[in-house]
Unconditional design. Sequence first.
Length: 81
Amino acid sequence: MDHRVDLDHTHSRAIVREIGERLGESLQPEPGLPEGLRQQIDRLRELDEQSPSIIPTTERWDRFAASANDGSAELDEQCHR
């Protein structure tokens, strides 16, 4: 299948634009979620906002990293004596 067609830039862009428009029409977002499912998702968001984070705060991590670095530097000095 060696049927090459040379198109100028104007026609090429027009074809690309038309394909994009048709894809956009065929890929329309689906209608909203069922009411019950939407309510459950909303409730989950509420509960998530109320619960404490399981991720340590940056301040605590910085302090831990600093103390770990201090100890490793001291250990390096001892090893290289």
